[in-house]
Design a protein. Sequence first.
Length: 194
Amino acid sequence: MRILLHTCCGPCSIFPLRVLAEEGWQISALYYNPNIHPYREWQRRLETLQTYLGEREVPLAVPDEYDLKGYLESVLPWADHKGNRCAHCYRLRLREAARQARAGGYDTFTTTLLVSPYQDHQAVAEAGREAQEEAGLPFLYRDFRSGWKEAVAESRALGMYRQPYCGCVFSERERYFRPGRLPGVPPGSMSGEG
């Protein structure tokens, strides 16, 4: 049985790959993540993933286009509503995974998004089910979160690049921006006072 594994990065691939291989799946991976910003971050995650999968002889498909515009059009209406924004992002990526899986003759598809305790697991599963219905191809649901800590430890031991935020510019802002704490800018200095 052939499965297409949507992958967001190398570290998140570790545990799902292990589980699926133990279950006897013939695995190929897809790196479709136009949500990752900036482009150099997208490239760095891809390079880490290519190295990891290459060492394990897992084929990896990467779309020809970095669809920044499509991603932004999909999520900008929800920019201030994290839950809705993330749900739209999951749908965008899993629809493409389902489309690629169907076109490639795979039996099913799944995603490494199901490994992270930082993702909205229920929304990822729902996006997978929606993509399943649209593509007419089963979504393989697995709760991979039990292997999260193990994968973190292994990725560190392997010296893999580990990203400090989910991927999108909004998640980067949420991770680092603190109102009133812009470096070198005193609080209130841009408020029109003076």
